[in-house]
Write a protein that binds this ligand. Structure first.
Ligand code: NAD
Length: 424
């Protein structure tokens, strides 16, 4: 029996526990590669860093930061950086592992990594945020780099933060290294289409799922949890396809309009006020009632662990599009499957962001930049092709799309592991 890791204590509902349960489910489909599966149950490398910062008022504050490289059998690490007060090593480990699966599922030449800082960035001034980001980047500079591990934005991080990370790394190595992070501002080697890429991938996989179920997107009712980068971009595209955005929940509140919310006006409101609360074109709803909303498509695009068994029993949606990472607990996944609700899992549904990050990295290396149309055409092609392969696997074995995505991805990762062999 392999020894369990000493530095995390996962439970069935914790992020790492959820991930381990997902890996266990795929073992029967791995054939001879199953003997390598323990590789997936531990991160290759996990770095914990102290980030001391001088605050604007002269106090010294310390923040805890992480960078976890889960698996690098197929290429350099790739995955975002999250700033949130609830970030833990265990959460970052799970997020890094889901990146390994996601990158392999869409066949990008990357392993999986993720980073984070335990901080509420809304409590920091612009200058404090910059100092914290720069110190964090210097500390994890030991293990990141354009050929080693390439961070990107996640919850509460954005192109400005990526610009500071790129600049800090570049100062430390003495050369401008645009390829060290993705999700940068356009004029610093960023890619057109990156900001909306994750939401676009959610929409494209959702459109494919709807087509297979015979659900017309024109007039379909959509509910979205989280109206940040992913949720708002996906909502916009569903709106363009004629769907009605009937409910939105974010950290500030829950709003409903059975005739469809005005997406452009809501986006503007959120940009100005920071949340959906106070939007005039909607009724306010109790947070828990969000899970009872009459809708065809539900897009969880906020945080993990949102769909519990109790909520899964109440959902009206026919399709759940996991924009967020890890929004559905494993037992709730079973409940949804039993109820015939189709779940397009995070590890394929939200892979649009990392796919365009890959395009950004390639463009930075070649110093030749593509048009937004070229980006979107290539993105759609990769997402549709990957989903088809996953769907075929699901049909062949009679398994859910999540287990099928893990099967496709784990086979690719473990095949690479086997072909490379163990060092020394
Ligand atoms: P964001 O910071 O832009 O938005 C997060 C949204 O979640 C905000 O609307 C916020 O109000 C909401 N939220 C926070 N706490 C909440 C709570 N307790 N209840 C309801 N809503 C809450 O982040 P994002 O980039 O849109 O990421 C959202 C999710 O998508 C995360 O799980 C992230 O890991 C995942 N994801 C993001 C990308 C990307 O490219 N940005 C790629 C893949 C996956």
């Amino acid at each position: 029996m392999p020894q369990p890791l000493s530095f995390v204590h996962p439970t069935p509902h914790s992020p790492w526990g959820t991930y381990l349960a997902q890996v266990d489910r795929v073992v029967p489909y791995l054939g001879h590669l199953a003997r390598w599966v323990e590789t997936l149950k531990r991160p290759k490398r996990a770095l914990i860093v102290d980030i001391p910062i001088e605050m604007d008022d002269g106090r010294i504050e310390h923040f805890e930061g992480y960078r976890v490289q889960h698996n690098m059998s197929r290429g350099p690490g790739k995955g975002g950086v999250r700033y949130h007060p609830d970030v833990t090593l265990e959460e970052v480990m799970a997020l890094s592992a889901w990146m390994s699966i996601k990158n392999a599922a869409v066949n990008l030449p990357y392993g999986g990594a993720k980073g984070g800082i335990r901080v509420d960035p809304k409590q920091l001034t612009h200058k404090e945020l910059e100092r914290m980001t720069r110190r964090y980047t210097s500390e994890i500079g030991l293990i990141i780099g354009p050929q080693q591990d390439i961070p990107a934005p996640d919850v509460n991080t954005n192109p400005q933060i990526m610009a500071w990370m790129m600049d800090t790394y570049s100062m430390n190595v003495g050369a401008t290294a645009t390829g060290v992070v993705t999700g940068k501002p356009i004029h610093l080697g960023g890619s057109l289409g990156r900001v909306k890429a994750t939401g676009r991938g959610v929409f494209v996989t959702g459109r494919e799922a709807a087509r297979r179920l015979g659900l017309d997107l024109d007039g379909a009712r959509v509910a979205v949890q989280g109206f940040g980068n992913v949720g708002s971009s996906a909502a916009e595209l569903f709106g363009q396809a004629g769907s009605k955005l009937v409910a939105v929940q974010d950290h500030s509140g829950t709003i409903f309009n059975g005739d469809g919310l005005d997406i452009a006006a809501l986006t503007q409101h959120v940009r100005q006020s920071g949340g959906v609360a106070g939007f005039s074109g909607a009724e306010v709803m109790a947070a828990e009632d969000f899970w009872d909303v009459d809708c065809d498509i539900l897009v969880p695009a906020a945080l993990e662990g949102q769909i519990t068994v109790a909520r899964a029993l109440r959902l009206k949606a026919r399709i759940v599009l996991e924009g967020a990472n890890g929004p559905t607990l494993p037992d709730a996944d079973d409940t949804l499957a039993e109820r015939g609700v189709l779940v397009v899992p995070d590890v394929i549904c939200n892979a649009g962001g990392v796919t365009v990050s890959y395009f950004e990295w390639v463009q930075d290396f070649s110093s030749f930049f593509w048009t937004e149309d070229e980006i979107n055409v290539r993105l759609d092609k990769i997402m549709i092709g990957a989903l088809k392969r996953i769907w075929d696997t699901a049909d062949r074995h009679g398994i859910t799309l999540r287990t099928a995505t893990f099967a496709v991805a784990c086979e690719r990762i473990l095949m690479a592991r086997e072909e490379r062999g163990l060092y020394p």
